[in-house]
Design a protein. Sequence first.
Length: 470
Amino acid sequence: MKKTTLLFLLFVSLFTNFVFSQTKIDGNWTGLIKLPVMSMKMNITFSTTDTGISGTIQVPEQTNEIFNLSDIQFNTPSLKFTFKNSKDSKFDAFFDGIVYADSISGSFKQSIYKGTFILTPLTEDLTKNPKDSVKTELPYIEEEISFTNGDNYFSGTLTIPKSGTMHPAVIMITGSGAQNRNEDIMGFKIFGIIADYLTRRGIAVLRYDDRNFGKSKGTDVSMSTTADFAFDVIEAFKFLKNRKDIDGKKIGLFGHSEGGIVAPIVASIKKDVAFIVLMAGTSVRGCDIIREQTKLILKSYNTSDTDINKTMSLQGRLIDSVMSGGDLKALREELIKDYIENDNETPDSLKQKTAEDKADAGIFQLTTPWIKYFLKLNPQEYLEKITCPVLALFGGLDLQVPVQQNEKPMKDALTKVGNKDFTIYTFSKANHLFQTANTGSPAEYGTLEKKFTEGFLEYIGDWIVKRISN
């Protein structure tokens, strides 16, 4: 079995964006090219044949024409490709990224322009005309909405029951990384499914694209902090309270993963939050979460104790350095050595450069405002201030937010504050996305049926309806 290296740690996003040794990138992808002054949507298709990988790109805002990609190099997890401008090579565009379990992201360069890009899987046919699709009539109203928080503009969807006038409502809060309003992870539209279910039960649901993702504009999520996301939610809360069709006294929050930290922060500030639902929310410091999830996921790959200990040791020094404000570059050579020793796929002539690129990318990620803030963040400081009803849900097979690590601190914090109405429940066979899983490993996410574990939606719906009926 191929060794799992520290690469796994450095590109780990707390909840969803893990790096895996994928052997193919075939299929349709969609996302954004993000430049300092603007963002552009792009659609990309990759196809693997006996002769190699081919690909196409389309930038709808500029033209409907589809162009071929060149120089596609995929050495797990590194992916590089080029769009060659037929009229002037000075305007060739270069993409240098990393393939994660549910996305591809990295750097973009074209002439004097530099930025980043991110792609997520697209299950729809890119060549299909949306006008050809027949939209099934929904039993509720679906409204495109927008709100702002400073310079950040948010685009979202509000679903509202057709009957009644003053509706209870829920604001959905995504996990870490750039997520769209459906929190679409490898085709599993987590928030879209929850919103549909709750709205059919008489509850309005607001979900929106994260900062600078989808149709939203503003500061990139990696350059923002969990506290910044909390104030985004507060503005969404204000938006709903100002609507005549929403009952301002019955607005709750629903957070998944990092969203399960954001919700308590908001509820500790806004005492008129009616309730919060925490879907795999954490209750211990970020640095402790990352350490535990790394160890558990390495074990799920049958990694040897020797390799686990080696990874955990280097990880610990990296985390300590970030938290103390130390110089991560001092560990750069050690990272490069680790990558080279465990790289069984890259040609020898490219191993040094590939390892250097991975080390630099990893160090860069560990210097972002998001990770610096998250490592020190202790959710108990906010949970101990929550007196509104709380539903905390865990997956028994979740390796990213382990129930064994988070259940008791969650209970202790809510008990300490004297909260009289909190429920903590574990779906024993569920993973971090609350799918019925086999091992809980993030590597399974894309292979499992895109539906929630049995009873999940009903449990949430029954709990919320009971609180808003009082």
